[in-house]
Design a protein around this ligand. Structure first.
Ligand SMILES: Nc1ncnc2c1ncn2[C@@H]1O[C@H](COP(=O)(O)OP(=O)(O)O)[C@@H](O)[C@H]1O
Ligand SMILES: Nc1ccn([C@H]2C[C@H](O)[C@@H](COP(=O)(O)OP(=O)(O)O)O2)c(=O)n1
Length: 417
């Protein structure tokens, strides 16, 4: 077994395991010997006595390979597993230890399909960087135990499964910096460079970067960024501002990356977010050039990159976001700072109406909307928490002309235009 897996297993008892049930993580831990009364963690409470559960944790030494494998594994499992396997996202981490997060999946077998599932798992573990554990109930039904899959044939070491306290931070927060959000061009480029062989398009993207960057250069004219969720009216407002102010209109990701955007949107967060991060630096260079001649209006910039990344990495309610003032909300030191960031806010019903009238509403399913609602709230709150510069909210529900007038008032007050 690889050395890093051995080390991992040696520290097994200090790890917490987290399984997503209805967008809420349930936590448990493992102990070699149990003291006191055994209490089954609630993730096992509805599993039948004869059923087994399994966890798969991706343990690759290389993060690009690991993240891509984790991303593809969900589709593979969904295709191969029999119905009723209850596939859920899971992770394991050491509380408060940055970078300790391992991602994976949790599933269960029923009496009739256990051998099929075990064949799938054996094959997966033999060919891939994944650590599999199985969970079964003790004879007396009092206790769930965990057993490492690769040991299950010869004298397996059984760990008792115990409930664990809710940690101070959502597990995803531990690995967010430089995995979901990048704070320097160098960090984002490092990820893209590692993808050169598997995604040839990364070379073209990196080729668009300016040869040098100067984030401290102060633009001669104001730079105004317009932010907001899809269909809040960014395109409408940015085009009107361009005309009213005689400004240049730019966007992030920049036009020159549009041919590759779809390709990177299909990649796991590590690679996708690195692509958007690099896009901001290319736009920053275009801003630098244009802002020597006229005011510049930018449709989406850093706030979008960071807010969507943070809100996607955590699940559940807004309280799962990193706390206000946390390091993840800071502005990258090497990225141009705009003079003003306006955040368009809109009542969810009106936003849905605008989405529908634009013909892009994908689904009306109640469940999907519910899921979207929490996601929307997390993005909006993350937008508000990002600083350096922080955004100024503008109610986008009045008519397009009134929104333009309000935006012009904000710009004149802040940028003396
Ligand atoms: N202030 C407004 N009042 C009513 N409808 C608007 C307003 N601003 C934009 N719209 C309409 O809402 C839809 C989404 O606007 P758009 O500017 O494309 O948003 P975004 O660029 O943020 O996705 C479009 O059909 C647009 O015509
Ligand atoms: N500067 C940017 C712009 C967009 N993104 C990401 C964030 C979201 O996943 C999507 C949002 O893009 P979407 O297609 O909804 O945006 P528009 O149609 O351009 O308004 O792109 C980003 O990360 N950084």
């Amino acid at each position: 077994m690889a050395r890093h897996l051995k080390l991992l297993v040696q520290r097994w008892s200090s790890r917490v395991f987290s399984v997503e049930v209805d967008a809420a993580p349930r936590y448990f831990g493992v102990r070699e010997q149990l003291r006191g009364e055994p209490v089954p963690p609630d993730v096992f409470s509805e599993v039948q006595k004869q059923d087994r559960c399994y966890s798969l944790l991706v343990c690759s030494g290389d993060r690009v390979t690991g993240d891509r494998f984790h991303w593809e594994l969900r589709d593979r499992l969904q295709t191969q597993l029999p119905p009723g396997s209850g596939l859920r996202s899971m992770s394991s981490f050491i509380p408060d230890q940055k970078g300790s997060l391992l991602k994976g999946y949790f599933l269960q077998s029923q009496a009739g399909n256990s051998s099929l599932i075990e064949d799938i798992l054996t094959d997966l573990e033999q060919r891939n960087p994944v650590l599999v554990c199985s969970y079964s109930q003790s004879e007396d039904g009092q206790q769930w135990t965990q057993c490492l899959w690769y040991q299950s044939e010869e004298n397996p070491v059984r760990f008792c499964v115990v409930p664990s306290e809710t940690p101070k931070h959502h597990p995803s927060v531990l690995n967010m910096i430089n995995s979901d959000v990048f704070y320097s061009l160098e960090e984002a480029c490092d990820v893209l460079k590692q993808c050169g062989d598997i995604i040839p398009e990364t070379r073209s993207v990196l080729g668009m970067l300016p040869s040098s960057l100067d984030a401290r250069r102060k633009p001669d004219f104001p730079v105004i960024v317009i932010e907001g969720l899809d269909a809040t009216g960014k395109t409408t407002l940015t085009e009107s501002l361009r005309d009213s102010l005689g400004a240049t209109l730019l966007r992030s990701p920049p036009q020159c990356l549009s041919a590759w955007r779809g390709r990177f949107d299909r990649e796991p967060p590590l690679i996708r977010r690195a692509f958007y991060a690099v896009g901001n630096y290319i736009t920053a260079e275009q801003i630098n050039q244009e802002a020597s001649k006229s005011p510049v209006i930018v449709d989406r910039f850093w706030h979008s990159t960071a807010a969507y990344a943070i809100a996607t990495a955590v699940t559940g309610p807004v309280s799962n976001l990193p706390h206000e003032g946390a390091e993840v909300y800071r502005w990258p030191g090497d990225l141009l700072q705009p003079s003003l960031v306006i955040l368009l806010t809109l009542d969810p019903e009106e936003r849905k109406r605008r989405l529908r009238s634009r013909g892009l509403m994908k689904t009306d399913e109640e469940e999907e909307l519910d899921h979207n609602k929490l996601f929307r709230l997390r993005v909006e709150e993350a937008y508000r928490r990002i600083g350096g510069p922080a955004c100024t909210a503008l109610d986008a529900s009045p008519s397009a002309d009134l929104v333009l007038q309000q935006a012009l008032l904000l710009i004149r007050a802040k940028c003396h235009l």
